[in-house]
Design a binder for this molecule. Structure first.
Ligand SMILES: NC(=O)C1=CN([C@@H]2O[C@H](COP(=O)(O)OP(=O)(O)OC[C@H]3O[C@@H](n4cnc5c(N)ncnc54)[C@H](O)[C@@H]3O)[C@@H](O)[C@H]2O)[C@@H](O)CC1
Ligand SMILES: Nc1ncnc2c1ncn2[C@@H]1O[C@H](COP(=O)(O)OP(=O)(O)OP(=O)(O)O)[C@@H](O)[C@H]1O
Ligand SMILES: [Mg+2]
Length: 360
């Protein structure tokens, strides 16, 4: 690993020397910003892959179950059972040891039937199934159930297929507050972003929060936080301002290129990908980012990292999803579906980071 890190640093130093004449869009961008932007963007996937490699643990017979990551997805309701499944199963396929789903009762049996690998907790309730006088006791029970597990999780994914029921979202707000008190990282996606956009204090100033908005979710965030419209002419600087405006959370803005910023560093992952836009690819991304954040945090406990664990987790999750999507598209073309992309997560990670490597 030491050898590898040295190689990354040498490459960073080389690229920094090449910065003379580099055309950056804003004079206000910091040193870190310049460094990351030059390294991650520009079409070459090398830097993103090197980040992924630097945080992916080796498979070592001395490790016990749980050390490679315990992830929980909070999502899944009557309408949506695919999204939490995609997110949770992707976490396992990449290498997490355990993947939990906290969802509503109607969603639980369906999600369990997709996979025996997932640990599914049918604890959330929507307004239609709860009498007003029972709401207080039910929300106390929900948080009690989640709290039993909270300390064991390395990262929570909040929102895939959660729905927008007001009572359910109140309970999820409580879960987010408890996660924050316990210093557990949170990846907020889908309807979790609907909740957070209307209640920014849930994540504002929390450095372990990651938001992964798609085009609509990003638009709503920009309108709420910056009181303006999305401006793609100055997209990088607007993303930096947005992340700063929410107190330095990390934002992964999904699109043709995935742009990532924590209000300081900013970068883009534009390699690989597929022209198919079937629903569920963002869900794969949320589960992947959660795993890589937990691995990056494990690394940061042992050595200094060049970027924050949340930023590294976003870069690694993005490049892996895009690689798997490109493989799936090569194979399935127009009929590519999210499940096809999930099937390629393992092979893509193996190509970037073979299990036989002996660098740790
Ligand atoms: N199989 C499933 O269960 C899936 C469930 N999903 C869940 O569905 C819920 C809503 O997510 P959405 O992504 O639809 O929410 P959005 O707020 O992004 O989308 C709402 C509306 O905008 C449209 N839209 C989406 N992307 C667009 C784009 N690029 N340009 C223009 N219009 C666009 C959609 O068709 C929809 O009508 C979330 O909980 C999400 O996690 C999705 O993750 C997709 C898969
Ligand atoms: N126009 C595009 N070209 C290439 N890749 C894209 C494009 N748009 C999105 N992607 C890729 O697909 C991933 C998912 O982004 P997308 O915008 O589909 O999320 P989403 O709408 O939240 O998905 P979901 O259907 O799971 O909710 C992104 O991380 C990005 O890598
Ligand atoms: Mg989504």
């Amino acid at each position: 690993m030491v050898g590898f890190s040295a190689a990354v640093i040498r490459r960073q130093q080389f690229l920094l020397r090449c910065l003379v004449g580099y055309n950056i869009s804003s004079k206000n961008l910091s040193y870190t910003t310049i460094k990351m932007q030059s390294l991650v963007s520009g079409g070459s996937p090398d830097f993103a892959i090197s980040i992924l490699r630097s945080i992916t643990p080796s498979l070592d017979s001395s490790r016990h179950k749980g050390q490679a990551g315990k992830i929980a997805v909070v999502g899944g309701c009557r309408e949506y059972t695919g999204a939490p499944y995609f997110s949770a199963i992707s976490a396992l396929k990449i290498g997490a040891d355990l993947s939990h789903v906290f969802c509503t009762k109607d969603a639980a049996a369906v999600i369990k039937s997709y996979s025996p690998e997932l640990i599914v907790h049918p604890i959330l309730e929507e307004s239609y199934s709860v009498r007003d006088e029972d709401k207080k006791s039910i929300s106390a029970k929900v948080i009690e159930e989640v709290d039993k597990w909270m300390e064991r999780f390395d990262c929570l994914v909040i929102g895939p297929g959660l729905g927008r029921d007001p009572f359910l979202l109140d309970c999820v707000s409580d879960i987010m507050k408890h996660a924050r008190q316990s210093n557990v990282p949170v990846v907020i996606d889908g309807d979790g972003l609907f909740l957070v956009t209307n209640c920014l204090e849930l994540v504002s100033g929390y450095p372990l929060a990651v938001l992964t908005p798609n085009v609509n979710e990003y638009k709503r965030l920009v309108q709420k936080v910056l009181q303006s419209e999305v401006n793609d002419q100055n997209g990088t600087q607007q993303l930096v301002s947005l992340a700063k405006g929410i107190g330095g959370v990390t934002i992964l803005r999904k699109g043709g290129s995935d742009f990532i910023s924590n209000g300081d560093a900013v970068g883009a992952v534009s390699a690989f990908g597929s022209p198919r836009r079937c629903g569920g690819q963002g869900d794969i991304l949320s589960g992947s980012v959660a795993v890589f954040i937990s691995w990056a945090r494990q690394c940061s406990a042992k050595r200094e990292l060049s970027l924050s664990p949340t930023v590294m987790g976003c870069i690694a999750g993005s490049v892996l999803l895009r690689k798997a999507a490109s493989h799936a598209f090569e194979s399935k073309g127009r009929s590519t579906l999210t499940t096809d992309i999930i099937d390629y997560l393992g092979r893509s990670l193996e190509e970037f980071c073979p299990v036989t490597r002996r660098d740790k």
